[in-house]
Each structure stands twice: as C-alpha cells, then as structure tokens.
Ligand binder design. Structure first.
Ligand code: K7E
Ligand code: CUA
Ligand code: CA
Length: 640
C-alpha cells in the first residue's frame, strides 16, 4: 500500500511518520530516494493503469507536422544551458548555451560568445562549468511579454539573460560577494511608478554564506558567514543593490504589485556544518520591501564590500525591528523549507516544508500591513500551515484556487485548495483542502503548470521534474535520464499524460502559450558591427602580425576559395552568412585549430587564433546546407 496516500486531511494520519524529519532522517534522504518500498510498489504498469483508461494521454500525441501549443523553457542544470521544449508533446526543440561551451553553435569558440561568457586576460574562457537551476521570463501586466528570460548559474553566481526574439543568451552578469546563487525571480511591475507595469529588476538569492569580504581568513565562526540578496537591472544587467541578511536564501518569489520579493531560508542558524543547518525548529520566509530598499540606496544609507562598488543595505533582523522603517521582514516557517511560490491571484506566497510535511500560506496584504505598523507580529501574516505529505518542495497553480505541490519523499503531486486550507487552519476542521494525489515516477523536484505564475494561469498542463527515472525508459547503463512527466490538470482528478526523458539535469521550468512569443528566424545584418555585407569586401588585411580574414557564405560556397597567412600570425576570421533563407545555417571548421562554429541566416561570427601550425588546412562547412554541402570548403594556407 502507499502510505503517501494518507494525510490527516484526506484519511487517517499515519502515526509518527508526519512529524518533522530530524537530522538523522535527513542524512538518509539519499537512501530513501534510491530505494523505498513505495517506489517498488509503484511499478510503471500500476502507475499508468488508472489513467490509461481516461483517454487523456492521447491529447499529448501530435500528428506529424502538428505544432505544440505551449513553449516550455527548462533549465539544463549542470549542462549549463537552457532547453526549449514544445508541450504537450515534450519534444526538445532547442538548447540555448549560456554558461558552458557548446559544440553545435561554437559557443565559447567565437569571439562574440566568449565576450558574453567572460574571458581571462589571455583571452581564454573564465569559466567552463555551470549549474543552472531556475528559469523565469519578463512580465508585462502580470503575464509574460516575450522580451527576455533569465537563468542562474549556481556554481559561479552568474545570471544569464536570453533574448526571446532570437533565443540566444546576450548578457551574463557575475554577482559580487556571494556564493551558491540559487533562486531568481523578475519583478512584475514597479512598486511606486504605476506607469512601469513590466519587469525592470531581477532578484537573486544566494544560498551559501561566506565570510565578507572573502579574502582567505580561516574561520569557523558562524556569525562571520553572511549571505546577500541581489537586485540586477533587467535592461543593463548591472547589479543595482544588495541586501545583507541574517540566514541564507534559497528560492525567490515576487508579488504582482511589485512591492514585495521574498526568499525562503533553510539556514537561519547560519550553520557552517551540515547538522548546524537543522538545529532550529523554524526557519524563515524573508520579505524585502522593494520601495524602501531603493529609497535607502538613494539616500546613501549603504556600504560597499571589498572591491565591489555595489551598494549594500542592512537587512539583518537587528537593524529592521521597527516595522515603520524596516527594509526586511522575517516570517517564521517550519524548519528547512524549500520553494516559495506566488499564487496567480496575487494574494499569497506559499512555502513548501521540505523537512516539514506542510505548506505555509502567507498573505501578502498582511505582510504589507506589518510594514505599515498595522499588524503586531509579522508571523500573523501566516494564514495557513497545513499538512500536505512528505518532502514538499515546489508549488504550481491552476488559476482556479488550487496549488499543486511536489512531495519528494512520497513521489507524489498533491492538489490542494488554498482557501480551504486557510479555513482548515482557522479552525474549520471540516474544510477539505486535499483534493487529489497522483503518484509520479519518481522523487519529483520542481513542478510547474501552464502559465502558472502569471495572471493568466490556465490550469491545463502540469509538468513535474522527476529526479529519478529508474525503470521508465530503456536501460542505458548507470546514468539515467530524468523523467519530465506531463499531467493533465484540466479535470478534477489529475491524469498522467506522458513521460519524457531529459538529459540531466533540469530543475525549474516555465510553460506558456505559444502566442506570447514571436521569434525571428533570420537575423538582421546590422545586428553585427563586424558584418561583411558584400562578398566583394572579402579578403585578407594585414596589420603587422595581426591578420583579418573577411569572408561570406552563400550556399554552397564561401566567398574565398583560399586565403594565406604566415606562421605566427594572429588571425581573426570574420564570417557573415549572406543567405537569408529561413533554416539555412552554415558551419565553419578549421582542422587542427580547434575551430568550429555556425552562422545562421544573416548572422556574423568571428574567431581569433594564432596560426602556429604551417600547412594546408581545408576549412569546411559542418552544417548540412545544400546538395553541394560536402563541396563547401575553403583552403587556409599557413606559410612556414
Ligand atoms: Cu528545488 Cu535548485 Cu529549484 Cu532543484 S531547486 S528541484
Ligand atoms: Cu554550408 Cu553546409
Ligand atoms: Ca534550518
């Protein structure tokens, strides 16, 4: 039997199992995840059977040539990229390289991509690893406006921006004085200027606490370790300000009125060691009063840390005890919570319990009341703290008042009604808030619904990022894909509609209607300052030992049949693809020189290398473009 099917709200409680997990239990989490009786019980056949009869699964199957109705933007985890999926089919359409080099497009090879990624003084890449967790897109009037998406890199605390017209990364910002940059969320409008009804800031939480400034002083003293909450300008991608806080940041959420941002904290203890982070009975959901913080920065009430020029305001508990002037508010939630999510009606933030089997509902109007001095204790903003199941991590919404929370340990998604949970918490024990549960395969992390964290939440599809796939796909050796499952949530009961293997390791994702985007499929020549606009401009220009080679591509030929440089020259090769036909991409590879990149229609890209090996090198097109694609070559002659 499945113990996870029970909770005090839907059936009889399972004695002793639903109390907070202690440290010892947490230490064995990995073991639980890998092999519980429950996962064995939930065999693929058993799990699929109840829903196979519903006929819902067929809705995900598109006929050849049919297009999906939703875009999904998925983080790629430690592959450091962003994935674009079509839903409901689950087909992966594109990977957008951000933090890590990519062989297909030459990300990290071309000068243009290296400039975005960041280089050392010798021109080599500063970082070649990444770990992306969270994807969010820019808003206007509470819905996605199709301008940008952002993604975090936890390893090197970088924020990347994706242009959603071309689906490319155009800027990366490294946050100063933080480590373990994890949660991100764009604001949804300005807190004071009603004319600004769109995203202008991106908020970034740092999960790890570090000594500040972090200059090698050896210390184990918890009070010397600090974390900060960072605001990045959405347009310039420059860091606007940071808030020094007590505790740490995990996930991030923003309110629809632009007034509040929040992060859940699992280490209010500021523990440096594993066990220390679980010693307190309760942690916090930390709220930021955006207008007050920006005013404090304007008024010069900040300091700077180390060599960073970024204004840092004081958001610690001690400095913010007076609600009338407070920049921050610490709302107490059960120990070691995970995600914080904003309900689409704009009223609540929901913290998932992780070590506690609960979901905590915080009413934003009451948090604002506290800042206005109208609420005695900020914890009174908690309007529900209800049991959901074991290991709650993230919550999605259907726009009909229901939350869908992943239960990592129970391998389930629980559907629950928020207003009913509030009634139950207020004392009405007849209020039935748990509406449905569904087994997922297996151990889900993030969950998101179509249009979930927008005013247009449509309650059609729910995707669940299952961390373990075990027996769901053909065995391929020790490394398993993750299982992104799709669930139909349009009815009262959730219905499993599909399994999709994905290369490790997505975390968060968003799903939105395809009408919200109007991508361009051909570049504009003028987007590139180095563009070679006419084949007649092609040729070799020498300036001492620096040589510039200009070339164009038009299927099935490069504009130069050959070009000659001398051994030891520093060569910069600029290639413009003059083909303007949709889908006509060319590649450019130079054998023995570690060069391979593509140019899309009307795109210009360049590479710089030292011609250190003499000889003849057949540079060829690597991207199939024409019946004479194999003949599409040029000869590089490096004279000794
Ligand atoms: Cu829950 Cu990094 Cu969003 Cu993974 S975090 S699951
Ligand atoms: Cu050009 Cu293949
Ligand atoms: Ca804790």
């Amino acid at each position: 039997m499945s113990q996870g099917k029970q909770s005090p709200n839907d059936t009889a409680p399972v004695a002793g199992r639903r109390r907070f997990l202690n440290t010892a239990a947490l230490a064995s989490l990995a073991g639980i995840a890998a092999c519980t009786d429950k996962t064995k019980a939930a065999s693929p056949a058993a799990a699929a059977a109840p829903h196979a009869a519903s006929g819902e699964a067929s809705a995900t199957h598109l006929k050849p040539g049919e297009l999906d109705t939703y875009y999904g933007l998925w983080s790629g985890g430690h592959t450091g990229d962003m994935r674009v999926l079509g839903l409901p089919s689950g087909r992966e359409i594109l990977r957008i390289p951000c933090f890590v080099p990519d062989a297909l497009v030459g990300w990290g090879i071309t000068n243009e991509s290296k400039k975005i990624m960041g280089t050392k003084p010798d021109g080599s890449l500063r970082y070649t690893v990444g770990d992306s967790h969270h994807v969010h897109a820019s808003y206007k009037d509470g819905n996605y406006d199709g301008r940008y998406a952002w993604i975090n890199d936890k390893i090197n605390s970088r924020l990347a921006r994706i242009r959603l017209d071309y689906f490319v990364c155009d800027k990366i910002t490294e946050l100063p004085n933080v480590q373990g940059f994890h949660g991100i969320f764009p604001d949804k409008r300005d807190p004071v200027d009603p004319a600004i009804n769109y995203t202008t800031r991106v908020f970034c939480g740092a999960e790890f606490q570090i000594p500040l400034p972090n200059q090698g002083q050896a210390t184990d003293k918890a009070e010397q370790y600090r974390s900060m909450f960072t605001c990045v300008d959405a347009e310039t991608m420059e860091v606007r300000w940071q808030v020094l806080i007590d505790g740490n940041c995990d996930l991030t959420a923003t309110s629809y009125d632009g007034k509040l941002a929040a992060t859940n904290q699992y280490n209010v203890e500021s523990g440096v060691h594993f066990e220390d982070m679980m010693s307190a009975e309760r942690d916090a959901c930390l709220f930021f009063n955006i207008a007050r913080i920006e005013q404090a920065v304007k008024d010069g009430k900040f300091r700077t840390i180390g060599s960073s020029k970024v204004p840092v305001v004081d958001g610690t508990r001690a400095a913010n005890a007076d609600p009338k002037t407070a920049l921050t508010a610490y709302v107490s939630v059960p120990k070691n919570p995970h995600g914080v999510n904003a309900s689409p009606d704009g009223k609540y933030f929901i913290c998932a319990g992780k070590l506690s089997p609960t979901g905590t509902v915080i009413e934003l109007a009451k948090v604002l009341d506290w800042f206005d001095g109208k609420l005695e204790k900020v914890d009174q903003a908690i309007v529900a703290e209800v049991e959901l199941g074991l290991g709650p991590l993230h919550t999605a919404f259907d726009g009909r008042g229901n939350g869908y929370t992943t239960l990592f340990l129970d391998s389930q998604v629980v559907k629950w009604n928020i207003e009913a949970a509030i009634k139950f918490h207020a004392g009405d024990k007849t209020a039935k808030y748990v509406l449905d549960r569904i087994d997922v395969q297996y151990q889900p992390g993030h969950v998101n619904a179509s249009q979930s964290e927008t005013v247009a939440a449509d309650g059609k599809w729910l995707a669940v990022g299952c961390k373990f796939s075990k027996d769901r796909f053909l065995p391929v050796g020790p490394l398993h894909p993750e299982n992104e499952q799709l669930i139909d949530i349009s009815g009262e009961k959730m219905a499993l509609a599909g399994d999709h293997p994905v290369r490790g390791e997505p975390h968060d994702f968003i799903i939105f209607k395809r009408e919200l985007l109007r991508p361009k499929q051909v570049y504009a020549l003028d987007d590139f300052p180095l563009a070679v606009k006419d084949p007649k401009e092609s040729g070799v220009v020498r300036n001492g030992r620096k040589v510039t080679v200009k070339m164009t591509s038009q299927a099935p030929a490069f504009s130069l049949r050959e070009f000659t440089v001398k051994k030891g020259d520093e060569v910069t090769l600029i290639l413009t693809n003059l083909d303007k036909v949709e889908d006509l991409t060319h590649g450019f590879a130079i054998p023995k020189y570690n060069v391979n990149f593509i140019v899309n229609p009307l795109e210009t890209a360049s590479v710089t290398f030292v011609a250190d090996q003499p000889g003849v090198f057949w540079c060829y097109c690597t991207h199939f473009c024409h019946a004479l694609h194999l003949e599409m070559r040029t000869r590089m002659i490096v004279e000794a």
